[in-house]
Ligand binder design. Structure first.
Ligand SMILES: O=C1C[C@@](O)(C(=O)O)C[C@@H](O)[C@@H]1O
Length: 235
């Protein structure tokens, strides 16, 4: 699924899928922000494939406890689910609770059996480390998942440059990555890092429901990313 750039419409409401269809390649279903996510998933009959995310509270989301893995295990059994997001800190065992690692790696094994791709993700809600650190994080994340995703917070233009540089380096080193900066000074990275190899972009269908600071509206990001492609067309 992530051979080419995938624009994911990020939402807590799967009934938005028809509105996303014209612009998005997939839907990121933020299960942690949804009510009755498994019921919603069971009733999903949209066209776009789903990337399911159940973001842990310790990584900026709203899902508490290990039960979030049970929900994800159930979710990956649905035909429409093509990818699952798992936090790198859990996969790597760097989270303080060692039980996270066994749950995260078991979920990854189950995903592989279902032919569901794994997005290993890292978020920094405060800052953007220097490029060498970003490249290391991307290499780690890409080795734990099918795609390594890194979202950091830009507080100055140099942070955006660091993310662009790291995206280029990690991609040149053969890692499959998805990158973006959160926050206003890094907003343009969402349009630009795909030029350097980033494989996933996230944008809300309704700008009022952004799932991260600095996201462009879906139609805008589609236009920007396509406009910056060499031939200027959607693949
Ligand atoms: O991890 C990400 C990236 C993101 O945080 C962003 O910055 O667009 C949005 C989240 O919904 C998604 O799970």
């Amino acid at each position: 699924m992530f051979e080419e750039f995938v624009l994911a419409a990020s939402t807590a409401d799967l009934s938005e899928e028809p509105a996303a269809r014209g612009h998005a390649d997939a839907v990121e279903f933020r299960m942690d922000l949804a009510s009755d996510p498994l019921d919603r998933l069971a009733g999903y009959d949209g066209d776009l494939p789903l990337l399911v995310t159940n973001r842990a509270s310790w990584e900026g989301g709203e899902a508490d406890g290990l039960g979030r893995y049970d929900a994800l295990s159930d979710a990956i059994g649905h035909d429409a689910v093509a990818a699952v997001d798992v936090e790198l800190a859990a996969l790597r065992g760097t989270h303080p609770d060692p039980v996270e690692e066994s749950h995260a790696t078991a979920l990854r094994d189950a995903a592989r059996e279902e032919n569901v791709e794994v997005v290993a993700s890292v978020h920094d809600f405060e800052s953007t480390p220097e490029p060498a650190t970003l490249v290391d994080l991307l290499a780690d994340a890409a080795s734990e998942g099918d795609v390594g995703k890194l979202a950091t917070t830009a507080t100055a233009p140099a942070d955006a440059l660091a993310m662009i540089e790291a995206t280029h380096e990690a991609t040149a080193a053969g890692h499959r990555v998805a990158t973006m900066c959160m926050g206003e000074p890094g907003r343009h990275t969402r349009a630009v890092t795909p030029v350097y190899g980033s494989k996933i972009g996230y944008a809300p269908v309704d700008p009022a429901d952004a799932t991260a600071p600095g996201q462009y509206p879906l139609a805008t990001l589609r236009e920007l990313v396509d406009g910056l492609r060499e031939d200027g067309t959607r693949e």
